[in-house]
Design a protein around this ligand. Structure first.
Ligand SMILES: Cc1cc2nc3c(=O)[nH]c(=O)nc-3n(C[C@H](O)[C@H](O)[C@H](O)COP(=O)(O)OP(=O)(O)OC[C@H]3O[C@@H](n4cnc5c(N)ncnc54)[C@H](O)[C@@H]3O)c2cc1C
Length: 342
């Protein structure tokens, strides 16, 4: 199928992009998400979703600095991505972090130029509208105040005693200091990027969302990315992008996936022409000499009337088994990464 833009990964960024891009009804957008359409019903408890079907459940290598502990790295495998399984705290970056973008060469990208977009993304009721949004898609709720006698209250008092100042709004003018956390929770329910951005856009005829659709490789035509090859179950599809392919598949991708993705792309790319030719050569190159070497043995078998001997059974089998196993192995290599991605 042809689209204008194909977005790979329907996580936090993918949902926002798909919704924003499809605001223009002349732009046909496809959003591909490997995971399911929805998370479990109790979606406020992020830890309960770790190691569940909506978590890629990555693991670190043993960490030398942590006594070789293997660290769990949860990542959302579901529409909304990590925003469907995260802890819902709404925290802007520090202005100095955004200013480093411009210092690093991204001309025009700094805290001041970003502020209208940060404001445009949120509805922060009761906050100073000079710094905070009033009609954006993400509706924010302040967490409950720390109850006297609670652990949080003790932490809060301790911070003040240490000289840290109180901030009326941790996402406002003064981000340093002790403030109540804001959450992406609306009326007690999780507000993921799916709910805030994508769901209101789902009725648009120019937006197609595919879940259970895993991107396998980017299609390159004369050095330009022109589409995405993806699978749903055992079926392979190609989505062509007339304008752009945007990859928002998350920042954490295990090295093994990347290398297999590369191997898979290379082998798949070759499979049509090269691999089939190699298969043929293996068959011819191995079968012919092997069969040639057993012809004299066959002649002896015939001469000595050894038709019923074990030798007469084994030799032809070897002659065919070796090239056949090479053929099977070549095809196995071609298909194995597909299984690893599931
Ligand atoms: C447990 C947890 C708690 C967190 N708590 C907070 C918090 O309280 N506050 C906060 O601000 N941040 C929090 N974060 C971080 C925040 O949620 C993430 O930084 C953010 O959601 C990342 O967005 P993303 O779009 O880059 O990636 P993701 O949201 O991870 O999206 C990537 C998407 O791509 C999909 N994908 C991957 N590979 C493929 C493929 N080959 N084909 C198709 N689709 C693919 C994935 O399934 C996923 O849906 C938390 C994260 C986690 C995991």
């Amino acid at each position: 199928m042809d689209y204008d833009v194909v977005v790979v990964g329907g996580g936090t960024a993918g949902c926002v992009l798909a919704a924003r891009l499809s605001q223009d009804s002349s732009v046909r957008v496809l959003l591909l998400e490997a995971g399911a359409e929805q998370g479990p019903a109790d979606t406020l408890n992020d830890v309960a979703m770790w190691d569940s079907p909506v978590d890629w459940a990555y693991r670190s290598t043993p960490q030398r600095g942590l006594d070789e502990v293997v660290v769990a790295i949860p990542r959302g495998k579901v529409l909304g991505g990590c925003s469907t399984i995260n802890s819902l705290a709404h925290l802007r970056g520090h202005r100095s972090s955004y200013d480093t973008w411009e210092e690093a060469g991204a001309a025009g990208w700094n805290n001041d130029t970003l502020l209208p977009f940060l404001k445009g993304s949120e509805t922060a009721v009761g906050m100073d509208p000079r710094w905070r949004g009033t009609d954006g898609p993400m509706v924010l709720e302040l967490g409950p105040p720390a109850e006297a006698g609670s652990f949080y209250h003790a932490t809060y008092r301790a911070a003040l005693d240490c000289g840290y100042r109180r901030s009326p709004d941790g996402n406002g003018q003064h981000v340093e200091g002790i403030a109540r956390t804001e959450f992406n929770i609306v009326n007690g329910a999780r507000q993921s990027a799916t709910e805030a951005y994508l769901r209101p856009a789902l009725g648009r005829p120019n937006l197609t969302v595919r879940t259970g659709a895993t991107a396998r490789r980017l299609v390159l035509t004369r050095g330009r990315c022109t589409g995405v090859e993806y699978t749903t179950g055992d079926d392979t599809h190609t989505a062509r992008a007339r304008r752009d392919v945007v990859v928002t598949a998350g920042a954490v991708i295990p090295a093994v996936t990347v290398s297999f993705m590369a191997a898979y792309a290379i082998v798949r790319g070759w499979s049509g022409r090269f691999l089939r030719a190699v298969n043929g050569l293996f068959l011819m190159g191995l079968a012919i000499p092997l069969q040639a070497t057993i012809i004299p043995i066959y002649l002896i078998i015939i001469r000595l009337h050894l038709y019923d001997s074990l030798l007469a059974l084994i030799l032809p089998s070897i002659a065919f088994a070796i090239p056949l196993s090479v053929l099977v192995l070549a095809n196995f290599i071609r298909d194995v990464p597909k299984e690893l991605f599931e």
